[in-house]
Structure formats: C-alpha cells, structure tokens
Write a protein that binds this ligand. Structure first.
Ligand code: PBG
Length: 319
C-alpha cells in the first residue's frame, strides 16, 4: 500500500478534492452596532453593521467563494419575531445592500428562523402557559418572512427552524408571490446540539427557558434523519442540509447515498471554536486541522460546506 503514498503519486490517486466552489460563508449582520464587532467565542469572526455588509460580501466574492449565508440580529425582539419580515428589517436591508453592490457576483442565501427575532429566543411562537413551541402558527410567519427575503433579493432561502411542514409553507408562499424560481435549502436534519453554543453569542439567540430538543433532533438518531430529509424533499426542498457536520459524518454519508440530492453540511460554530481554541493553545496545527476537517466532510458526501473557515480555506485553496 505504501508504493503510491510518495508525494509525487499522492495527487494522482487522491479520491476527494475540496474546492473554493464548495464553500459557503456564514455572515452576521447586526442592526445594533456601528462598527464590526469581534465574536469572542469564534476568534477571527465578526458581526457587521448593515452599512458595512456589502463590503464584506465583496471580500468574500473576491476570494472566489460562490455563496454566503446571512444571519440577522434585529434592533428589537418581541414574542412573535415580527422584525423578521418587515421590508426595512435587518436582513432585508442587508440583502438589498449586498445585491446593489455585488449584483450576481455572489449567491445570497438567507437563514430563515425566528430565534434571533423572538424575545424568548425560540425558533417558533410559544404558548407561555405550557411552554410549548407552536408549530403550525409559526409556519405562516416563516412563509411571510421567506417572501420578504426574496423580495429584497435573496437568491436562496434557507429555513433552519425545524418546524414540521416549514418547507411546504415556504414553497407555497414563494410560489404565490412570484418567486417560483427561488430555491430552498432546508436544514433538513438538524440536531439538538451542544456545538451551537458560540453561534448563540453571535446571533444573540440564546433562549430564556427550556432547550430546542422539542423541535431539533436527538443526536442518537440516524433513521429519523432519513425521514426528515425525505419529508423535506417531498415538500419541495432543492438542497438538503445536515447539521452539525463532523459529529454527524455518518448521517451525511447516508443522506447522500440514499437521496442523491444536492447535499450541504454545516460545520457549526462549536466545531470551529474547538479547532481555533486548540490551535491557539498550540495543541494542533490550525491550518492542517481546518483542511482535514473540510476534506472529511466532503469525503462523507457533502457537495457544499457552510463553514466559518470559508475565507481562510479559500486563501489556502487559491494559493
Ligand atoms: C438558527 C440557527 C442556529 C444555527 C444556525 N441557524 C442556532 C440554533 O439552532 O440554536 C447554528 C449555527 C452554528 O452553531 O454555527 N436556528
């Protein structure tokens, strides 16, 4: 087996390649700030004010990264997340700013969820007596929000709230409003994961009670992920996502093998933070660990990877 492992032969027999074109860069836009703010739990990542978001998008596009995904932090939160869908709310303003600056140079994906917009931090409307997250009343809001994103110029809508029927509600909302060509990338198999911790600092989306286990998946389950994905495809998802990535490589593999759909994997904030923290301590080589993590996600079957390493990885891949 060692004959082909010499540096000269390795490229010839390499089975998996990672390319800049596989990367999707998450971007935080925060209506409450005036200058870029460091996200302390995600070293190297920043939140941007609306009037600087187009420049950031331009930098990402210049690196050859084909897409970004926008997360919004609104100035005001309320019980029903009503600042998620206004024409002049944070995401809608940010999308318009990026579109007018970069045109079609970069694909604008918008994360669609209510948790950044609700005062209680949950991804849906809440019954405060029972502390239940109300699935069906949430769907109307998601549909309305998707339309507002598309109207602002979003290229792909990415619902992440794990409400049952969300893809269907969004698909019909888009179709009824003249956006039948706008694709949906569904966070189809999204686990109730401890690895989202740092994101919640950035998105200011920690929750005031309970957890997300009533709507996000049990990390112990694999067959259930297949059912989630099957449902989302049936409801009209164009791209399906598994999230997180590294602890769920088996799920990525199974999803790709079974459905053969365009498949995305999200290397989440905690996965990023672990590599960064270990590297800062001198315990691992950041550059190598980053590239190894990305190639393993690709090898498992992902066609595209959402990662906070997108810009750093692109620089290496462009060398
Ligand atoms: C919102 C959302 C979350 C993430 C992406 N979209 C957080 C959550 O479900 O709590 C996590 C991303 C990350 O950790 O990088 N629903």
């Amino acid at each position: 087996m060692r004959r082909l492992r010499k540096d000269r032969f390795r490229p010839l027999v390499r089975e998996t390649e990672i390319d800049v074109k596989d990367l999707i860069c998450p971007v935080f836009v925060d209506e409450t700030i005036k200058v870029p703010v460091k996200i302390s739990s995600m070293p190297g990542c920043f939140s941007f004010p609306i009037d600087m978001i187009a420049d950031e998008a331009g930098c990402i596009a210049d690196l050859g990264i084909p897409a970004l995904i926008l997360f919004g932090v609104p100035g005001e939160k309320d019980e029903t997340g009503s600042h998620a869908f206004g024409d002049n709310d944070v995401i809608q303003e940010a999308v318009r700013a990026i579109k007018s600056e970069t045109g079609n140079d970069i694909i604008i994906m918008t994360d669609l969820c209510l948790c950044e917009y609700t005062s209680h931090g949950h991804c849906g409307i809440v019954d405060f007596e029972t502390h239940e997250i109300l699935n069906d009343p949430t769907l109307d809001i998601l549909g309305k929000t998707a339309v507002s994103h598309a109207r602002a110029g979003a290229d792909i809508i990415a619902p992440s709230g794990m409400m049952d029927g969300m893809v269907k509600a969004i698909r019909s909302g888009l179709d009824d409003n003249g956006f039948s060509n706008t694709p949906i990338m569904s966070y189809a198999a999204k686990y109730s994961s401890a690895f989202y911790g740092p994101f919640r600092e950035a998105a200011k989306s920690g929750f005031s009670f309970g957890d997300r286990a009533s709507y996000q998946m049990d990390p112990a389950n694999g067959n259930e992920a297949m059912r989630e994905v099957a449902l989302d495809i049936e409801e009209g998802a164009d791209i399906i996502m598994v999230k997180p990535a590294m602890p769920y490589l088996d799920i990525i593999y199974r999803v790709k093998k079974k459905f053969k759909m365009p498949t995305a994997a999200y290397q989440v904030s905690g996965e990023y933070a672990m590599i960064k923290a270990a590297a800062q301590n001198g315990w691992i080589d950041e550059r190598k660990a980053m590239m190894e993590s990305l190639i393993s996600i690709k090898r498992a079957g992902a066609d595209m990877i959402l990662t906070y390493f997108a810009k750093d990885a692109a620089k290496i891949l462009n060398e």
